[in-house]
Design a protein around this ligand. Structure first.
Ligand SMILES: C[S@@+](CC[C@H](N)C(=O)[O-])C[C@H]1O[C@@H](n2cnc3c(N)ncnc32)[C@H](O)[C@@H]1O
Length: 271
């Protein structure tokens, strides 16, 4: 059965990341095996070709997801009883890729129109909840247990939030839970200035939040209690060999220029 979707703006961007993961997963030796993404793309009635996703965008998206999966997996090994918040989840099925144990409570959070599609495509497991709300709405957090460490993951979300929204959201989370880890991909000012020209963002008409994170420690000043812990750039990881030779050469050069290297990277904080 095919599923019709009618999305525009920021919610539509999740179809691009889903498609990237499905494309990569169909490769003979995928960086990211994601059968759920493959099946979802087959079922969704949407013109994915209009996103003009090329091979390098699919690889880059898969690398980002892979490294975020690793960080999240490490955090879950430390805290098998954690509460996971998967913010701006789109149609990503990180919980299936990580196969968490029974002690976890998992919340996938996204706008109602996205969660409505998730519910049509994926079944909920015990301990797994789908929250249909803006992450910036303070109300939904009241229903989330506050007595366990949190693992908070956001992929492809923070670049769509304004500085004040990021500060308020993270402050609320740090106040709600006793301890935890927060991990997300961040763009610097240069990426923020050029990002709206990316094909998939242009196709959706999504508006970027405008807050470029050049120094990860700026988040510490915005959110009392949050400590910067680690960063992961992508331009020197072993998986770069999957790009074309020309791409690899360009990325190697970019890796020597901090403003270019930090256009997109993963950041992790603890509290
Ligand atoms: C680029 S997509 C990434 C989706 C998913 N994380 C992935 O990597 O496939 C951005 C997602 O963030 C969600 N999003 C953006 N702003 C949001 C907000 N204020 N509240 C909830 N979700 C939001 C969008 O609806 C969309 O699903």
């Amino acid at each position: 059965m095919t599923e019709r979707v009618a999305l525009s703006g920021v919610t539509e961007t999740m179809l691009a990341t889903l498609y990237c993961k499905a494309l990569e997963s169909r490769e003979p030796s995928p960086l990211l095996a994601d059968e759920q993404a493959e099946r979802a793309v087959e079922r969704i009635d949407y013109d994915f070709a209009k996103l003009k996703i090329d091979r390098s965008t699919a690889i880059a998206t898969a690398i980002r997801a892979l490294y975020l999966d690793r960080w999240a997996g490490e955090a879950l090994d430390e805290h098998p009883d954690a509460v996971v918040l998967h913010l701006g989840c789109g149609l990503d099925t990180r919980s299936d890729r990580l196969s968490p144990g029974p002690g976890l409570t998992w919340y996938d959070v996204d706008y109602p129109e996205v969660i409505e599609i998730r519910r049509r495509l994926f079944s909920e497991r015990p301990g797994h909840h789908q929250v249909a709300a803006s992450v910036t709405d303070p109300a939904w957090l009241a229903g989330v247990p506050a007595d366990r460490p949190a693992v908070i993951v956001a992929e492809g979300l923070v670049q769509y939030l304004a500085k004040e929204q990021i500060a308020e959201l993270f402050t609320r989370l740090v106040t709600h839970f006793p301890s935890g880890a927060v991990m997300f991909d961040a763009w610097n000012s240069l990426a923020m200035r050029s990002g709206s020209r990316q094909k998939a963002i242009k196709a959706s008409g999504a508006k970027l939040g405008g807050f470029g994170i050049n120094d990860p420690r700026i988040i510490e000043t915005l959110v009392p209690g949050l400590r910067f812990d680690a960063e992961q750039t992508f331009l020197d990881v072993p998986e770069m060999v999957n790009f074309s030779k020309a791409g690899q050469t360009a990325f190697k050069m970019m890796n020597h220029v901090p403003a270019l290297r930090n256009m997109g990277r993963l950041l992790r904080y603890r509290f």
